[in-house]
Ligand binder design. Structure first.
Ligand code: BG6
Length: 483
């Protein structure tokens, strides 16, 4: 298979927060990989902008160090040197006037202009206003904003309003990096590119759907931020919600930004309010020298959850009576994220009771080992009568597609290239984000009002026992969490 790298138009990408953690870990190493892949024209530039004082040479060295630390295998020395030549640095005060004239002077008329707001959301409005008042932004300019996009509906509405004062919705790219993951897009390809699945994709044939995003990391080092957020705000309102939308949405008429986002929005608006008995929240315990959540959070009375499992209903014709079970947590047994579509049993077994109960399951693995499995029921080989067994038709992308599949861009690289191309399909629209908060807010308020404390769970486990009961009580069970 030959990979097709299509270069994007020349661009100036300004990264506000260009010396910050996300820029160093993800954005700049990602841009370097796209540069090595030949996707950036030679005259494209990346401009780091931040409050601290640096010479461009220092910024280049910082980027070289970040690449050495976070992506040491990519590129050659010559490629790195050529990439660093593309970098500039400007000291800019987001809340004042310093640096804005210099930034304006650096901009080139003839290129795509994009501004990545890799800063606290409280600065979004000020940056948008200055880009406008210093004449740096025009109607073609794109701005990229990171999560968290608000902490509730009111704050998300305020952010949207402050951006809308200076930018049209078609210029705003709200990142949810889960949408940039290869398998997430494959979910759409599988659903809408094959005849096989779509006719069965409804509550007549599907018993339930499980969406799991399990992590082994704790919140070490970011406990203070995380404690104001929790798994519901940090993961469910955005990442798991996007996975749910892509799994549940109706086929859009075409693969274009508004057609796809309209369908996702309809799913969010069809979600039923979740009663508290359908929610389990947990906090991890310490293990040896690994601190527990309460120590990480720095508050022994914290009521913030590092794990959440919930049963969600999409109240429409397609999904009435097919629950979606979502769970995500830190310090679990393995890093493993997947969507599992569990089909119903056959209406009648011709093989009798002893053949057991069997179900087809389609799993879409986001990480690790991106790929899909379709479990089908077959006869167990050998003598001894008709015994049935479920076996996976495994499609690990790296095996099926060869080495090219291992070179797919990571989520950030792909999304930044989409910004330059002007393709918003994999970005969240303002109304989508607001609808997701409108669904999440009452649920968060209901446990806060009751003063509920999350239940403890062991580091390295699959979460609290109560989460298992959430499914057991309906005769279902979670799939194993394994790497
Ligand atoms: C981020 C969350 O958005 O996603 C983190 O803030 C989480 O808490 C991370 O660890 C998970 O991303 P990934 O790509 O590693 O699954």
């Amino acid at each position: 298979m030959v990979s097709r790298v299509i270069p994007v138009d020349p661009f100036d990408l300004v990264i506000f927060g260009g010396t910050g953690d996300l820029a160093r870990r993800k954005i700049l190493p990602g841009l370097f990989r796209r540069f090595c892949a030949g996707q950036m024209e030679d005259n494209s530039r990346i401009i780091g902008a931040a409050r601290s004082e640096h010479e461009t040479a220092e910024f280049r060295q910082m980027v070289a160090d970040a690449i050495a630390e976070f992506d040491p295998k990519s590129g050659t020395k010559d490629q790195l040197a050529a990439f660093l030549e593309r970098l500039e640095y400007v000291q800019v005060d987001a809340l004042g006037s310093d640096g804005w004239q210099e930034l304006a002077a650096l901009m080139d008329e003839k290129r795509v202009r994009a501004f990545y707001f890799s800063v606290a959301p409280s600065l979004f409005g000020a940056l948008a206003e200055r880009l406008h008042s210093y004449g740096i932004a025009d109607s073609e300019t794109r701005i990229v904003v990171e999560k968290p996009f608000g902490k509730d509906l009111a704050s998300a509405q305020a952010l949207n309003a402050s951006l809308a004062e200076h930018f049209d919705e078609s210029q705003i790219y709200r990142i949810d990096h889960y949408l940039g993951k290869e398998t997430v897009q494959n979910l759409m390809a599988v659903r809408f590119g094959n005849m096989l699945f779509e006719p069965l994709w409804n509550s007549q044939y599907i018993d339930h759907i499980q969406i799991t995003v399990a992590e082994t990391v704790g919140v070490d080092g970011r406990g203070e931020y995380y404690d104001r957020s929790g798994a519901m705000r940090d993961m469910v309102q955005n990442h798991l919600m996007q996975l749910l939308c892509l799994t549940a949405m109706e086929p859009p008429a075409k693969f274009d930004p508004d057609a796809v986002r309209d369908e996702k929005l309809k799913v969010i608006r069809a979600l039923n309010p979740v009663p508290l008995e359908d929610v389990v929240r947990g906090q991890y315990l310490g293990d040896g020298d690994k601190p527990g959540y309460l120590e990480n959070a720095g508050d022994p009375d914290s009521k913030t959850e590092s794990f959440i499992a919930l049963r969600v209903e999409v109240s429409n014709w397609r999904w009435a009576a097919t629950p979606f079970y979502l769970r995500t947590g830190k310090r679990l047994r393995a890093r493993s994220s997947e969507i599992a579509v569990v089909f119903k049993e056959t209406p009648h077994s011709i093989f009798g009771e002893e053949a057991g109960r069997h179900r087809n399951v389609l799993t879409i693995r986001l990480q690790p080992n991106e790929g899909m499995d379709l479990f089908v029921t077959i006869k167990e080989p050998g003598p001894g009568g008709m015994r049935l067994v479920d076996v996976p038709l495994d499609m690990t992308f790296a095996e099926a597609l060869g080495p090219e599949a291992e070179e797919v861009p990571d989520a950030y690289e792909r999304l930044i290239m989409d910004v330059i191309r002007g393709n918003q399909t994999l970005f969240m629209r303002g109304d989508e984000v607001e609808a997701a908060w409108a669904w999440a807010d009452p649920l968060i308020a209901s446990w806060e009002n009751r003063g509920d404390k999350p239940v403890p769970y062991d580091t390295g486990s699959t979460g609290p026992e109560e989460a298992l009961a959430l499914m057991h009580r309906e005769g279902r069970r979670w799939r194993e969490i394994r790497a």
